[in-house]
Design a protein around this ligand. Sequence first.
Ligand SMILES: Cc1cc2nc3c(=O)[nH]c(=O)nc-3n(C[C@H](O)[C@H](O)[C@H](O)COP(=O)(O)O)c2cc1C
Length: 126
Amino acid sequence: MTIYYDSRTGNVERFVRKIAAKTEWQCLKITGQLVALKPGHLITYTTKIGQVPESTERFMQTNHSSILSVSSSGNMNWGANFGLAADKISAKYDIPVLLKFELSGLEREVNSFIEKVNAYQPMYNF
Ligand SMILES: Cc1cc2nc3c(=O)[nH]c(=O)nc-3n(C[C@H](O)[C@H](O)[C@H](O)COP(=O)(O)O)c2cc1C
């Protein structure tokens, strides 16, 4: 499995390290050059009051066809804007939200993410 992730201040990075320690998954950080060659799950964060980070948005514009689901780190202090980047990406690219978690995530959220990825069933449109 491949995880594509974006992180500015390190919380998503820490969440991803916990996943990497429990799985054999390949975890790739989004850069301007990264091309999603394999299908995978996106983890990003919410910024600027409910917004998708620009780096995530640029990545999605060219790579969205490889992305199976979206998850967002956030902070519940932001109330209704908690993890809203996941909802915005989900609506724009028609992919499911897998998880919203606070900051670098608790152990149970790490386990929940792994379980949800393992249970993920792609939707086929015949
Ligand atoms: C300027 C700013 C705006 C933010 N806005 C939101 C927000 O609207 N909703 C939310 O859930 N979290 C918000 N956050 C919290 C971040 O999403 C959270 O700290 C996240 O873990 C950052 O991930 P990173 O450390 O991997 O960059 C904001 C943080 C900053 C600094």
